[in-house]
Design a protein around this ligand. Sequence first.
Ligand SMILES: [Cu+2]
Length: 330
Amino acid sequence: MTRILHAAPLAGLVLSLALTTTAARAHATLERKEATPNASYRGVVQITHGCDGQPTNRVSVTIPEGIVGAKPMPKPGWTVTTEKGPYARAYPYFHGDIREGVKTITWTGGSLPDDQVDEFTFLARVTDAFAPGATVYFPIEQDCAKGKYRWSEIPVAGQDAHTLKSPAPGVRVVAAATKTAPAGAAASTSVKAGDLTIETPWIRATPGGAKVAGGYVRITNTGTQADRLTGTAIPLAARGSIHSMSMDGSVMKMAPVECGLTIKPGETVELKPGGLHLMFEGLNGAPKAGDVIQGSLTFERAGSVPVSFSVAPIGASKPGAPATSDHHNH
Ligand SMILES: [Cu+2]
């Protein structure tokens, strides 16, 4: 048993001498230590010990300003409640601006023994209120029958978070991957993200000056719960979204897929030319055949998943295929 008694008078001394890893193990932590602006974040609060031997029966996380659309994951044996309130400003969200939302999420009524660990999960969106390099803190309250911890200390500028006795877990905000690999670099064709398998992400090259490009990918859900593809991004494009295509008489029409594209358990969804596709708009450069573009797909449950889009020639109907005389843009 390596429990550290934070309430003990010795705790400060122990912590100041302890290795970072020891201190981090004892605190309430967040499993994922990095997040990307304008992308979803899956927050997994890890409770690794009780209060001086007592079981934990309440966990509450504060959603900081600039993190929006927070939703808790229900947890068997626990009751989840949320408190909502207005944000300091409006933030862009899937269907226009969002001005209010969940500020705290609290799980109560369960009993987590001191010698067991558990996780409390929420999903939220990181806005552009945080620049890459910033750290965003999620204060956490942990209550036991007797005793409690308030993991709420936030380091001031220049202060080392490891010197704090009850630090709020921090998540570092990092820029989305922006590297464009040289032509001919091998693209990884299959990526696993939780229950999802993401295969052959590719983009069709565009003539210089084009403002839009279509992207395609195959996604299989091997899990037992549905997930939803809600967004996509590449550094070359100002915006990425999911579009459907349909025939209106003899006219091909496309429209954004509202609320994301559902991938049911056991289902494979294929985005391909002439059908569902990723739509990249506001291009500030032209994807060139043979390039590999690092980008991301965002899912409601699986979060933001980095993917490598290979670029096929203008008019190609599949990755690696030669151009055809297809006149559709995507
Ligand atoms: Cu489109």
